[in-house]
Structure formats: C-alpha cells, structure tokens
Design a protein around this ligand. Structure first.
Ligand SMILES: [Zn+2]
Length: 140
C-alpha cells in the first residue's frame, strides 16, 4: 500500500501548486507527504526534520506549513486552547479530538451531523464547515 514518495514527485507537486521547489520546501514536503494522510504541528514536523538531519529552524517550518496551506496542499485545523494542526488530507472531513492527549483523528465514512448549512450574513459566503468532535475517556 505504501509506494515511495520521491523528492522529484514532491518538487512536481509544489510546482503544480505554484510554489518554487526550494531544497527546504522539498525536504519538508517529503517528510509531510511520504506516509499517507496525517495531522502534524509545526513542532512535530520540526522534530522529524531534526531527526532526519534537515537543517531547518522552527520558524521556517512554521512559515513553510503556512505557505503549503495557502497553496492548497494542506488544511489548517485550529483547536482553541491547543495547537494548530496541519492536515495533509485537504478534502472535506470531520475530526475526532482526543482531549486527554491532544490528538486528532479523521472521521471516515460517517455522515456529517450538519444537515443544512446556516444562511451566512449578507455579502458573505461559507468557505468551509469544520466539524470537530471532542472526546474524553468514559468514566468507569
Ligand atoms: Zn484530517
């Protein structure tokens, strides 16, 4: 199921999204997209870069994640009071949020509880509806 993602593939993907494939962007893009869909914070990706001996600062990782998001390669999932996650799955989907450890999980193949979108105020349109289902452990 895992087909290897090469730097060339990442460079092509960046170009197609309108981003110049700099060495740092390609290196971080390869970390992000080589293992299927995932949710990462800037800190998590920076840790991985350090482990892979990619010389990059946390600020650069943060900027790159935002550039990827603006280019449509990532989707930002902000959780108030917690970290901002960047999702490699940019399709419309809902999330479970585990409050005890701060992890995020995709909700697959389930209908959205939102049956009708609310009417936006005059002059506005809905860009996306985020659904985050917060979870805590059941009490025994
Ligand atoms: Zn997701």
């Amino acid at each position: 199921m895992n087909h290897p993602v090469t730097d060339d593939m990442i460079a092509e993907r960046l170009k197609a999204a309108g981003l110049r494939p700099t060495r740092q962007r390609v290196a971080l893009g390869t970390l992000l997209f080589r293992n299927g869909d995932r949710h990462v914070t800037a800190e998590m990706l920076h840790d991985e870069a350090v482990r892979d001996h990619i010389p990059v600062s946390l600020a650069t990782v943060y900027n790159t994640l935002h550039q990827f998001t603006e280019a449509g390669l990532l989707r930002e999932v902000a959780i108030e009071g917690a970290k901002t996650y960047f999702d490699t799955n940019t399709s419309n989907h809902m999330h479970f949020y585990f409050e005890h450890n701060g992890e995020l999980m995709d909700i697959e193949n389930q209908l959205s509880p939102i049956v009708a979108a609310p009417e936006p105020p005059d002059g506005m349109e809905i860009s996306r509806i985020d659904v985050l289902v917060r979870l805590v452990r059941k009490s025994e």
